[in-house]
Design a protein around this ligand. Structure first.
Ligand code: ADP
Ligand code: TMP
Length: 236
């Protein structure tokens, strides 16, 4: 397989076509953004760490019977992935109150939620990725009713697998964002990435952040934290 022309350049990754029609080449960039791109910095080593962490997590999920678009890690910063038709949705699962949930609903950060709370966001930068509900998803024809049910089922299942994986690494999975797509056969699978950019990860003992909140809130260098997440996952 060889890399062909660029298909898409996002905030964190570049997608390239390849000589295989159903395979994309993804390159993880050293760019960090927050607030829908309002804060933007180049951080050496970030692309490599997120590529390695995401690859490792997708491999662990596969071992647990959870498929994804991940095919293989090609280099420090690159992966081969299955090309899918993305749902323009971000599926967020929250196990612990934090971030926009705490701000919007005035719930103390760190409070365990009685059950995993699932939210949909419309993936549309121009609208600042607004929070939407199931009816919005159906009314805007972003997914069909049975697809919404499938997305929720898979997201909740992935949550259970990730909670257990991170717990073994001494990490509390506070919340995270998933994206899904449809293969050419019409199967819904997990896509995009799972990394400290897309999850809130707190040290189980200290509750210290090991994720992008440290960048969002100008609390220091994220590289040692992402490296710590990778080291802990690598030891499992
Ligand atoms: P953003 O688009 O939010 O700036 P990225 O820089 O991470 O984010 O860009 C990666 C893009 O690739 C996202 O828009 C994501 O929806 C899309 N994507 C992820 N996995 C796949 C896939 N398997 N096939 C096609 N597109 C994908
Ligand atoms: P939030 O509390 O800001 O809504 O974020 C919830 C989770 O989703 C958190 O783990 C970070 C992740 N997330 C993304 O991956 N991309 C985004 O664009 C946003 C807003 C959140």
């Amino acid at each position: 397989m060889e890399k062909r022309g660029i298909l898409y350049e996002g905030k964190a990754k570049q997608l390239f076509e390849t000589t295989e029609p159903d395979v994309l080449w993804v390159t993880y960039k050293n760019q960090a953004t927050a607030g829908n791109g309002a804060k933007k910095e180049t951080i050496a080593g970030k692309g490599e760490l997120n590529n390695q962490i995401t690859s490792l997590i997708f491999e662990k999920l596969k071992e647990k019977g959870i498929p994804s678009h991940f095919i293989e890690r090609l280099s420090d910063t690159d992966q081969a992935i299955e090309k899918v038709e993305m749902f323009p949705l971000e599926v967020v699962i929250r196990n612990v109150a934090a971030g926009s949930f705490s701000r919007r609903l005035d719930v103390e950060e760190g409070k365990d939620l009685p059950f995993p709370v699932l939210e949909f966001y419309l993936k549309e930068d121009a609208l600042n990725d607004p929070l939407i509900n199931d009816d919005h998803v159906l009314a805007l024809e972003l997914a069909a009713e049975e697809e919404v049910a499938e997305l929720k089922k898979q997201a909740r299942h992935i949550n259970q697998a990730l909670i257990s994986l991170f717990k073994q690494a001494g990490i509390r999975l506070v919340d995270f964002k998933l994206e899904f797509g449809k293969t050419k056969e019409g199967t819904i699978i997990l896509a995009d990435e799972i990394s400290p950019d897309t999850c809130r990860l707190w040290d189980l003992k200290t509750n210290d952040s090991l994720d992008k909140d440290v960048f969002r809130q100008d609390r220091g260098d994220i590289i040692p934290l992402y490296q710590e997440v990778l080291n802990r996952l690598n030891q499992l």
